[in-house]
Ligand binder design. Sequence first.
Ligand code: AHR
Ligand code: AHR
Length: 480
Amino acid sequence: AGPCDIYSSGGTPCVAAHSTTRALFSAYTGPLYQVKRGSDGATTTISPLSSGVANAAAQDAFCAGTTCLITIIYDQSGRGNHLTQAPPGGFNGPDSNGYDNLASAIGAPVTLNGQKAYGVFVSPGTGYRNNAASGTARGDAAEGMYAVLDGTHYNGACCFDYGNAETNSRDTGNGHMEAIYFGDSTVWGTGSGKGPWIMADLENGLFSGSSAGNNAGDPSIAYRFITAAIKGEPNQWAIRGGNAASGSLSTFYSGARPQVSGYNPMSKEGAIILGIGGDNSNGAQGTFYEGVMTSGYPSDATENSVQANIVAAKYAVAPLTSGPALTVGSSISLRATTACCTTRYIAHSGSTVNTQVVSSSSATALKQQASWTVRAGLANNACFSFESRDTPGSFIRHSNFGLVLNANDGSKLFAEDATFCTQAGINGQGSSIRSWSYPTRYFRHYNNTLYIASNGGVHTFDATAAFNDDVSFVASAGFA
Ligand code: AHR
Ligand code: AHR
């Protein structure tokens, strides 16, 4: 059985079921998601294998030698409640016409029972939505929902959500949403410790318990894979959660609606959001693997069976890097492969990261500027950070999508901005160096300056012309 078979048996059927990793009904054989590749704009759908796990190899073959974005996350419930690129609302997204960005197809690799699959890695600015969903709860009607998320990928911005929201992408008032939130925002509610927390986004408030503000019963979460569940019915709602890779769910809150005007009764509108707030607030980050929404208030027993099913799916981490290996602690230099520039290496002039012509006869200072010590990724040790040879303690990081050399300030944002995952060079040479936190974006030289660029994004440095060559670099032993 899949999670939705279990919800059906419990009398609270799925009305939306989304996953890029597996079928959520045992009988589901339709498409899980659609990807679009950068080379020619072609799309394909990825379906489950006979095991129920997504056919990641089909994606890898389709996306070979180019980039891919997740364009559609299909609804497996049969209601057509698919998630697509979120439109502008109270806030504009960063993509064309105010839409949010789409997620990279390779930002969140995992295995399920040993089989490779990909989750949805939501960077700030990324969001999916369906403003015309059918069968989802309206008004004060009862519903439940769960999601499997990466418990180590979050931030404090509004709002990494999955669930029920406004149909016009705007803040239409208290009680117009009921969605899972995950992150360490302290603007509205908080739980115990420093976060991140599972909270309910009920509009104009993230709630961790009966009252607005702090509720000590909602714990900080520290699992790599988490199950987060929210459910609501008249005069009653609950937060539950646990480790998606083992054990059971705990109830962090169950009881009355918040005693703040507008939340009892609720005014749910029934749209579905992923990665954003109700009003298209899009500063948050997180990773989504699977989730559903139900009709009716699921029993704890039903949710406990769903948790057992998730644990049995055996989510585990998969490598974030591929292609030529880098050795932590070694010094490397990185040569451009675009025909214009094959004598140029990634270097720095002060805080500017650029390419410069370097050779074995260059001055020592220039050789040092073009040499980088490979470090374990500051935010994720499955990837890398690049420390300056001549300015120890300073690392290549992105800021406003430019690459700069800055001293490590010890912050979580710095660590994330300075973490990069290598993969086989997209043009077939060397390596391409992907931002961990924005995996649609790669080290790119553009007019001899370094950026993190996406293939065909809104910036001039995202231009598709020469993209594959500009993002492919050959690593060698460092000049210094
Ligand atoms: O409730 C928190 C957020 O407040 C909602 O997601 C958003 O619509 C509003 O800005
Ligand atoms: O480079 C994109 C973002 O810009 C970085 O994450 C942040 O440091 C800056 O605001």
